[in-house]
Ligand binder design. Structure first.
Ligand code: CP3
Length: 347
């Protein structure tokens, strides 16, 4: 099926675009009352994730309501550890917990690997339904967590400010960590490949807990595995978003990916100088900027667009949109990107 809006794919591959494409990390769920209505009609978050028709419905909501240039499939990065045999619970207002965590080599040995991605058939079905329903309006983005971020949850057992149990493991049992990362990487590659087969036109790898590692550990325990994923899937553009990993940008420039996501702490000009011109950059407005007035949102967004320039940029926030953000403010960000970039981009 032909895509009517392929701006994000063209921006990812460095082609000129008549304007800068825009979408928001965590746009599905969180902010829209229409999402909460669907969410309240089911028993919990997991039922929504595991019901393809509903997951598809909330995936498309931001395309209809906000006018973004891409949809991201509604799911969670934690479905991967669950498929491996480490299931999670999503507590209201508190986030995820894992009743059983990974502590020993024996725990790692018991994990499912080769067959694991078949457990996630509901994600592939949600992608197929969404692709049909989108009818070529915008591309659909598939995603997974980076192996390091997934390890962090599997070892820690919940969210944490410091993830010190997970970081401790890298000093006390580096071999166990590598064995676990290797398994997560294999499952993630199979999972992302199946998402592409189902209809994902682009992929994003979320390394949400990149910024808590020292640079040497990050290279050894994260970039290496992200690199393996990028090498294994050359068929669609991949975005690597590693929050807090400004120190890894020079390494990321060598990855076989098209786009690098920047968080709001990144200096845009420095990031561009480090990465070079052969990759697209995505980001990076501070999600808190959307609490400002409409005027200030316009100003901040225009300053961001000027700093990135008219090509090789996908406009986004520097991390997921915060749950209590006014959808009208989100729309102001999106509309400003569309209007202002149409003026400065020459196709
Ligand atoms: O981008 C999208 O809108 C698609 C859906 C999506 C969700 N989670 C749905 C979700 C995506 C891409 C994710 C990724 C994810 N999940 C990450 C990486 C991105 C990031 O923000 O750093 C991480 C670390 C998780 C793990 C996770 N899931 C946490 C810590 C929590 C609780 C707090 C929170 O972020 O809301 C979740 C729950 C979750 N995942 C919700 C949604 C819509 C809220 C739960 C609900 O509706 O009850």
């Amino acid at each position: 099926m032909e895509l009517k809006n392929d701006l994000i794919l063209r921006a990812a591959t460095g082609e000129p675009t008549e304007r800068t494409p825009v979408w928001l990390m965590r746009q599905a769920g969180r902010i829209l009352p229409e999402y909460r209505a669907v969410r309240n009609s089911v028993s919990g978050f997991k039922e929504l994730v595991e019901t393809p028709e509903l997951a598809s419905e909330v995936t498309i909501q931001p395309v209809d309501i906000l006018g973004v240039d891409a949809a991201i499939i509604f799911s969670d990065i934690l479905v991967v550890p669950e498929a491996m045999g480490c299931s999670y619970e999503m507590l209201e207002q508190r986030g995820p917990i894992f009743p059983k965590t990974i502590q020993t080599l024996d725990d790692v040995k018991q994990l499912r690997v080769d067959e694991a991605h078949y457990q996630l058939h509901y994600v592939y079905e949600a992608i197929r339904i969404t692709k049909r329903a989108l009818n070529g309006r915008v591309p659909l983005i598939g995603f997974a967590g980076a192996p390091w971020t997934i390890l962090a949850y599997m070892v820690e057992g919940s969210g944490s400010k410091t993830f010190s149990k997970a970081r401790k493991l890298l000093y006390t049992s580096p071999e166990l960590a590598h064995t676990l990362l290797d398994k997560i990487t294999t499952v993630t590659i199979n999972y992302l490949q199946a998402q592409v087969e189902a209809g994902a036109a682009m992929l994003q790898i979320f390394d949400s807990w990149a910024g808590i590692l020292p640079p040497t550990h990050y290279r050894e325990f994260s970039t290496r595995y992200i690199s393996r994923i990028c090498e294994a899937i050359p068929t669609v553009p991949i975005t690597v978003f590693a929050k807090g990993a400004f120190f890894a940008l020079a390494d990321f420039a060598q990855l076989n990916c098209h786009t690098i996501g920047l968080d709001w702490n990144s200096n845009i000009a420095e990031a561009r100088a480090t990465v070079g011109n052969s990759k697209t950059l995505q980001g990076n407005l501070d999600p808190c900027a959307l609490y400002g007035s409409f005027d200030s949102i316009r100003q901040e967004t225009i300053a961001m667009l000027q700093a990135f320039g008219p090509t090789r940029h996908i406009a986004n926030l520097g991390h997921g949109v915060y749950p209590d953000t006014d959808p009208e403010k989100v729309k102001c960000f999106i509309d400003t990107v569309k209007e202002y970039s149409s003026k400065i981009n020459t196709p």
